[in-house]
Design a protein around this ligand. Structure first.
Ligand code: CIR
Length: 292
């Protein structure tokens, strides 16, 4: 991604403000999710290609367990399935919500754009102020590219999300926003980096992780980065004192997560996501966390 005027402006505005370490994590009051559709085995797959087919029954069971795990920490609403949209279980991509405000996205893949209307209706019924990104002709965005750490809004410039979307998000939320170009090695920014608390990021070990951290200006902005050997361990749902983490095999990553969580007084729950992973999905993508 070439640095454009907006990209430069976002970078410089990000570096001039002061870091405050006293910010606590948002308190979430409701999560929105959506049931796995019968068409799920036809979900889009790019990065996880070549695996065995998706098993629908197993996907239903894993999703149930995900909801059960999430409900221990936040009341969770599960919307009915959208059977004409194979990827619609990945609700995260349709909306970015912070506090009582939300931006409905225009997902970057055309097959996913029909998923947003029902989410928009649901948010409006919950009394959330909704901005519709579709009103900005050129903006495209998957919510999986938007990481709100509680302090900053990081927006990955992937094949699904562009600078126009960054502009819409920055204006809607008025939060310090950092555009993060990253190599085409993963679907979304949050496929490779999420936060454990407002000052701690989980990032893969190695050169790719180094590049992402640099693009995020993580050091300058006062983040500690925990570098995990297994990239899948970097996608966690951080919710009300708990971390939902993928049930990975890498013992070293598991232990590092457990140690980092214990140090921060956070509980860890491991959740299986093998069927979601077969179509580039992870944990964050199956819910939207609201503070209303
Ligand atoms: C897609 O390609 O759109 C889906 N198969 C996967 C979306 C995963 N979403 C996410 O991580 N936020």
């Amino acid at each position: 991604m070439r640095a454009s005027g907006l990209y430069q402006r976002l970078r410089s505005s990000s570096t001039t403000r002061l870091f405050s370490s006293k910010i606590s994590a948002p308190k979430y009051t409701l999560a929105i999710s959506r049931q796995v559709p019968e068409s799920f085995p036809n979900a889009l797959t790019k990065y996880a290609q070549g695996q065995e087919p998706i098993f629908l029954d197993r996907a239903h069971h894993q999703h149930e367990f995900y909801l059960e795990s999430l409900r221990k920490y936040v009341p969770t609403l599960c919307l009915p399935p959208l059977n004409f949209h194979a990827d619609s279980v990945f609700v995260e991509d349709t909306v970015v919500a912070i506090g009582k405000q939300a931006v409905i996205t225009k997902p970057g893949h055309p097959s996913r754009q029909g998923e947003v209307d029902t989410i928009q209706d649901c948010l409006k019924q919950l009394g959330i102020k909704v901005t519709d990104m579709r009103d900005s002709a050129d903006a495209i965005c998957d919510g999986g590219d938007v990481l709100y750490s509680g302090r900053h809004l990081f927006v990955g410039l992937s094949a699904r999300t562009n600078l126009e979307a960054v502009k819409v998000l920055e204006k809607a939320f008025g939060i310090e926003t950092i555009a993060v170009p990253f190599a085409d090695e993963a679907l979304h920014l949050k496929s490779v980096v999420t936060h454990m608390d407002p000052t701690t990021l989980l990032v893969p070990a190695g050169a790719f992780g180094d590049e992402v951290l640099q693009a995020m200006q993580a050091d300058k902005l006062g983040y500690e980065a925990i570098r995990l050997p297994d990239i899948k361990a970097c996608n966690v749902v951080s919710v009300n004192g708990a971390i939902l983490a993928q049930d990975i095999e890498c013992g070293e990553s598991r232990q590092m997560l457990l140690d980092a969580a214990a140090k921060r007084n956070l509980t860890v729950a491991f959740v299986s996501t093998s069927e979601m992973a077969k179509c580039d999905g992870a944990l964050t993508c199956c819910s939207v966390l609201l503070s209303i």
